[in-house]
Design a protein around this ligand. Structure first.
Ligand code: ZN
Length: 224
């Protein structure tokens, strides 16, 4: 089993080049909207790794993400671990996410160029499906472990991002709009994603930190 973690130099990212990505949305409830407002304020274009099921709930937000110039990345339809699905199920799940995005954008032939597997889990079946669908993995270069609701997360995640940027000088950074499970809930129980109340201050602080370190946000599709 592989992962989607890469080194910035393997992605051809020059020193100072930074890409922000946001996974598991669009959440709605004013949260994605506030994130989009913040990115717009700072003229930052990001990658949004969206879940098809969430796109179906918030097609208007999916359209707004696209129209603001952000990159939409297929992040599956149901957000189950790739290890829980057969190759045929994986294929259908990925195509269903593309179809949800296509419906939101009023573009029935829409196909995402990029796919980020739930959990960043890269299996041989995922790799075969990517070849068959002509997609590439959308990687990350570091992970600030923002998916666990630890106390003090805002400080911890901000510090992790800052230190990683100092060390690697470039990168594709992942943050979550909320914490979406990778397993189906027990029968009869609702699926309950966890909140990420630290997201907006962390993003605002990181944008300032990139500027302080002399970096710049580059187009999110500028990867090989
Ligand atoms: Zn995810």
């Amino acid at each position: 089993m592989g992962s989607i973690l890469r080194r910035p130099e393997d992605l051809g990212l020059e020193s100072g080049s930074v890409i922000l990505t946001f996974d598991d949305g669009p959440v709605g409830e004013g949260k994605t909207e506030a994130l989009l407002d913040l990115l717009s304020l700072h003229a930052v274009r990001a990658g949004f790794c969206v879940i098809g099921r969430q796109v179906e709930r918030h097609p208007d937000l999916c359209r707004r993400i696209h129209e603001a110039g952000h990159l939409l990345v297929n992040h599956s339809f149901v957000h189950l671990s790739p290890m829980a699905l057969s190759e045929a199920e994986l294929m259908a799940d990925i195509e269903r996410c593309d179809a949800a995005i296509g419906a939101a954008l009023n573009d029935p032939g829409y196909r995402s160029r990029w796919y980020r597997p739930p959990g960043g889990i890269l299996t041989q079946a995922v790799e075969r499906v990517l070849v068959r669908t002509g997609k590439s993995v959308y990687p990350i270069t570091s992970f600030a472990w923002d998916i666990f609701p630890f106390p003090g997360n805002q400080w911890r995640i901000a510090t992790s991002l800052r230190d990683d940027l100092k060390r690697q000088r470039a990168g594709v950074y992942i943050l979550h709009e909320w914490i979406y499970p990778m397993m189906a809930p027990p029968a009869g129980q609702p699926l309950k994603p966890g909140p990420c109340p630290w997201l907006l201050p962390v993003v605002e602080g990181f944008i300032a930190e990139v500027q302080r370190q002399g970096g710049a946000f580059v187009e999110p599709d500028r990867l090989p």
